[in-house]
Design a protein around this ligand. Structure first.
Ligand SMILES: C[C@@](CO)(OP(=O)(O)O)[C@H](O)COP(=O)(O)OP(=O)(O)OC[C@H]1O[C@@H](n2ccc(N)nc2=O)[C@H](O)[C@@H]1O
Ligand SMILES: Nc1ncnc2c1ncn2[C@@H]1O[C@H](COP(=O)(O)OP(=O)(O)O)[C@@H](O)[C@H]1O
Length: 464
């Protein structure tokens, strides 16, 4: 039987939960059975992992998913964990688990991770012995990174003596092959327009909150100077794509012959006010600067970014920030830990046209960081204009307003609500009306791109 491995889709969540339930049946009679029977994969958490590209499925000819692997980046640092791997018992013994494991480890290596960790059972042949065959070694279970998992085991009554933690070191990524980079989305926690420059651009004040969710950019260095985008982005021709424009802009500063193949996994809605295109461009600038050994400093990269779009510098610098000017004068902020329900009304709002709207308030009195921090300043100058012109966005704001204070991000069309806990954000997202799409994302002070860059730098220790 042939199968292939691909990224899981959100509509496969139920099928994957069913695979997990079926796989657990193999533990009947084992000491872990009682615990496995009671605790199952939370679908909403799995859905969030799928949205972050951390789940892969094995699919057979009929299109049926028969196994999956789920990586968990929560551990932080240079390691990534295997949260779950299951294959339908009816499809066991066919190398599907091994292929899923290799696929996920290959991705982790290309993303610059140094190690894959997992927790499993010592005495079950398809657990620890299987992983040992695939390069994992038992490690000290008192290591701090396993404390949380052990605590959960205790709560769930899991047989602690049979629990082992295993690690597989990953070789450094081959920098001449594909490498994988995050391009996080942002929301604007408020947005005020305080003036207009002679060139027509608007002076604004905003707070950019970077998120832990976004697009994925894959890069493969070329030595013939070619810049090629290998994936289609609907509505964006190759030459107009900000990833291609960013690479070309950087080329002038890179060693002769520097080129790249580029793949983009678009997850962030385009023209949604979440800065997806700007973030893609920033990721290309930052990652190719490292891969090409171009040696540009952050200020120079941010200036190149500004030439591509007002929102690009914040993604290059990679800190949630208070912004002024056209969005390029940035003061990093350390913001409280918050989660966001981001609602996509599936509407395209043209940024340029909104900035030209005659009814836009463009002479607001300047706000201060303290008025923002006190919660007094949360409005978005575009919101009344977008509400009046785009009824779908107005409907999304009204629905989300039912749970708290909904806000527009940037010039829209996406709207969001800030919450104190991931559980509350997920509970709201679960109730998302048909016709809108909800995403749950965590606010980050430091961009996942900077975290990835640090991982890659750690690979050879010389700043590459
Ligand atoms: C409104 C914001 C808020 O974060 O975000 P989005 O809604 O795009 O995410 C940004 O200011 C958008 O930045 P970005 O999308 O990079 O804008 P650009 O490509 O530079 O400009 C698009 C058009 O918007 C207008 N523009 C943009 C920024 C600015 N400060 N003043 C402007 O007048 C210009 O007419 C420009 O032609
Ligand atoms: N890689 C890209 N991803 C998304 N949009 C892109 C890209 N390259 C160019 N664009 C163009 O930039 C526009 C704005 O994109 P985006 O940054 O996603 O939204 P926003 O500026 O509203 O936050 C899109 O409508 C698209 O035409």
């Amino acid at each position: 039987m042939t199968f292939h491995i691909e990224r899981a889709r959100p509509d496969q969540v139920d099928a994957l939960c069913a695979i997990e339930r079926a796989a657990v049946e193999l533990f009947r009679g084992h000491r872990a059975w009682r615990c496995y029977r009671q605790v199952s994969v939370p679908p909403e958490v799995l859905r969030e992992a799928i949205a972050r590209g951390l789940v892969w499925v094995a699919v057979i000819g009929s299109g049926e998913a028969v196994g999956f692997i789920w990586l968990d980046a929560e551990e932080g640092g240079d390691a990534i964990g295997v949260a779950e791997m299951d294959v339908l018992p009816s499809h066991g013994q066919r190398g599907i688990g091994a292929a899923l494991l290799e696929h996920a480890c290959g991705w982790a290596r290309r993303a610059g991770y140094h190690r894959v960790d997992l927790g499993t059972l010592a005495d079950v042949p398809w657990n620890a012995p299987f992983y040992a065959k695939h390069g994992f070694q038992v490690v000290d279970k008192t290591r701090p990174e396993f404390a949380f998992a052990l605590e959960r085991d205790r709560e769930n009554g899991f047989p602690e003596d049979l629990r082992v933690f295993m690690s597989r070191p990953l070789p450094p990524p081959d920098l001449a092959d594909w490498t994988v980079w995050p391009a996080p989305a942002k929301v604007n926690l408020f947005l005020r327009i305080v003036g207009r420059r002679p060139d027509g651009y608007h002076e604004l004040q905003t707070v950019f909150r970077l998120l832990d969710w976004g697009d994925e950019i894959r890069l493969r260095v070329r030595t013939d100077g070619g810049i090629h985008r290998l994936t289609d982005v609907p509505g964006v021709p190759e030459e107009a794509d900000l990833v291609v424009r960013a690479a070309r802009l950087l080329q002038a500063h890179a060693p002769a012959g520097s080129g790249a193949d580029i793949e983009v996994d678009k997850r962030v809605p385009m023209g949604g006010g979440l800065g997806g295109g700007s973030s893609d461009a920033a990721t290309v600038l930052v990652a190719l600067n490292a891969l090409w050994d171009a040696g540009l400093d952050e200020d120079t990269l941010a200036e190149l970014g500004r030439q591509l779009g007002a929102d690009v510098p914040v993604f290059v610098r990679g800190r949630s920030a208070w912004a002024e000017g056209i969005g390029e004068k940035l003061t990093p902020l350390s913001l409280p830990g918050r989660w966001y329900v981001v609602l996509d009304p599936h509407e395209h709002v043209p940024t340029g046209a909104l900035f030209q709207a005659s009814e836009l308030t463009r002479n607001a009195p300047p706000a201060t960081i303290s008025s923002f921090a006190s919660g007094e300043t949360v409005e978005n100058a575009f919101a009344p204009v977008v509400r009046a012109r785009h009824p779908r966005v107005a409907a999304a704001l009204d629905w989300l307003d039912g749970f708290g204070r909904a806000r527009l991000s940037g010039s829209g069309a996406c709207v969001f609500l800030e919450t104190d806990s991931v559980e509350r954000a997920e509970a709201i997202a679960e109730r998302c009306p048909a016709g809108f799409t909800a995403h749950v994302a965590k606010g980050e002070d430091v961009s996942p791109l900077q975290v990835a860059l640090a991982r890659f730098r750690g690979v050879d220790g010389n700043g590459k």
